[in-house]
Design a protein around this ligand. Structure first.
Ligand SMILES: Cc1cc2nc3c(=O)[nH]c(=O)nc-3n(C[C@H](O)[C@H](O)[C@H](O)COP(=O)(O)OP(=O)(O)OC[C@H]3O[C@@H](n4cnc5c(N)ncnc54)[C@H](O)[C@@H]3O)c2cc1C
Length: 407
């Protein structure tokens, strides 16, 4: 029998991992199993150009359609790994097929949370994760005039922007004090709130949802404070949970996802994890961290494949993500532990700035609005934890790469 590597979860992390196994010369069997009935694709367009009908699905595929066959990657799209039996080293599919593996990578991503309130099952109440979800929202939005977005995290905020750009009236209900509050902090969250307000989104911040009402289809949203908001379509974006059921009771350490070391290895020999589902011991951050970012899924998927092939390089990328809302491009890098007193390059009013968050003199995290180049340029400084000069960081005429403090 050839050596067999199974990848459970066939999207960005899993697909990239399978491609990397082949790209790096693995000659054994590679089996890529994915619950969705389509080849691996990028999710970011689902809340942006794909939702607005501006780009076809094919543009989102991570590899050309013939790539998988051409690279002898056995694809089981539309198949779920029901269980991984780590004792007998078998991946058991939902149709009962058992695939014996030498190593397995779990890249099963996330499952959307839903709101456990009356009416959550009504037609027209959506969540967004897959291309099928995006198609359903698009179909409902096409005949609608009024949308409610519940939850203004990144996905909710991007959907609100896209639906506004498609001409719908949009009302947003968000329990926290600002959109994208957890990821961007209060100060920049307020800037994002102002951008949505300028585009006509009516926002109810600090507000929750108690019920959805209607016949077969949703007709109104009832909030915690008793407001009744009429609508034709609802998109709920209230977060997601890691998909770990296939490893339950197998002795794999599960805590906020699948716990892995800096090489994407779990505590069980031959079992690896990567992408949104992986709670990774990040050498730079100094503790386990699980993120839900495109860049991490792609790069960590590749790193996990290399680790399966024997690489001893730890995965230590500085985390980075972006979000597009209207013409606002938001980028963020690193991890901010304290949102107080950022060093600002540019200015918040003009909506072109980078906010740098320092810790012990080095840049722990940064958030940019319409100034992504400056942010990307400081990533090497973040990785080296070099002590920087705040005055140089703030000075728009100084290249951020030369913002090192002089000693
Ligand atoms: C609408 C949307 C917009 C986004 N926009 C951005 C953005 O602008 N910027 C950014 O940085 N990030 C963005 N992201 C996040 C980014 O897309 C994710 O971080 C990335 O897709 C994670 O990849 P993954 O492969 O780890 O997980 P996923 O993409 O979730 O893929 C996991 C796959 O595993 C499958 N699966 C689950 N269980 C099983 C099983 N038991 N057996 C077989 N298959 C299984 C799932 O069906 C799924 O296809 C966005 C995400 C969404 C949903």
């Amino acid at each position: 029998m050839p050596e067999t590597y199974v990848v459970a979860g066939a999207n960005l992390a899993g697909g990239t991992a399978a491609a990397t196994l082949r790209g790096d010369g693995f000659e054994g069997r590679v089996v890529l199993v994915g619950e969705e009935p389509v080849a691996p694709y990028e999710r970011p367009p689902l809340s942006k150009e794909f939702l607005r009908g501006e780009a076809p699905f094919e543009k989102a595929l991570i590899r050309p359609p013939d790539f998988w066959d051409a690279n002898q990657i056995e694809c089981r799209f539309g198949s779920r790994v029901a269980r991984i039996d780590v004792g007998s080293r078998q991946a058991i599919l939902d149709d009962g097929e058992a695939i014996r593996y030498d190593k397995v990578l779990v890249a099963t991503g996330l499952r959307n949370r839903t709101l456990g309130v009356p009416g959550a099952h009504l037609g027209g109440v959506h969540t967004l994760r897959t291309v099928a979800d995006a198609e359903a929202i698009r179909a409902h939005a096409a005949g609608a005039t009024r949308a409610v977005v519940v939850g203004m995290g990144f996905i909710g905020a991007e959907v609100a922007a896209s639906l506004r750009l498609c001409g719908l009236e949009v009302v947003a209900v968000e329990p926290l004090p600002a959109p994208c509050y957890r990821a961007l902090g209060p100060q920049i969250g307020a800037v994002v709130a102002a951008i949505h307000a300028d585009h006509g989104v009516k926002m109810h911040l600090g507000e929750s949802v108690d019920a959805f009402e209607g016949g077969d289809r949703v007709e109104r949203v009832v909030t915690g404070s008793g407001m009744r908001i009429d609508c034709d379509v609802v998109v709920v974006g209230v977060g997601a949970s890691p998909v770990t059921d296939l490893l339950e009771d197998e002795g794999v350490h599960l805590e906020n996802g699948i716990v892995v070391d800096e090489h994407c290895r779990t505590n069980i020999d031959g079992v690896y994890a990567a992408g949104d589902v992986a709670n990774h011991l990040h050498p730079l951050v100094g503790h386990h961290i699980r993120v839900e970012h495109w860049q991490n899924a792609m790069k960590q998927g590749a790193a996990a494949a290399k680790a399966m092939l024997g690489s001893t390089e730890p995965y230590d990328e500085v985390h980075w993500f972006w979000s597009d809302q209207y013409d606002a491009n938001i980028q963020s890098a690193g991890h901010v532990s304290d949102w107080a007193n950022p060093v600002i390059r540019g200015d918040l009013e003009s909506r072109s700035f980078v906010a740098f968050y320092l810790r012990d003199g080095w840049i722990e995290g940064a958030v940019a609005l319409n100034r992504g180049r400056d942010l990307r340029r400081c990533i090497a400084l973040m990785k080296s934890k070099a002590v920087v000069d705040p005055a140089k960081l703030a000075d728009p005429d100084t290249d951020v790469r030369s913002a090192l403090a002089t000693v």
